[in-house]
Design a protein around this ligand. Sequence first.
Ligand code: ZN
Length: 82
Amino acid sequence: MMTMTCMECVEKLQPFLDRELSNGERVEVERHLAVCGHCADSFRFEAGILHVVGRCGRTTFASEEFKARIRVVVQTAIADPK
Ligand SMILES: [Zn+2]
């Protein structure tokens, strides 16, 4: 079974962390994170931010801007693998 692409995974990180995904989607994200270091890094980064933000209660916290930033990080990582 194909895992999702990195872009699909990044799009789903936030709803994943917000527990807004279906069980099937969540499994797909977890499967991708298990095999993709780039997205796993993004996930840890985003989870860390949400952990901090979560202390102040639920907030949108510039989510579009934030997603755009993550997208750039992932695209850069894909274009220039270490
Ligand atoms: Zn990925």
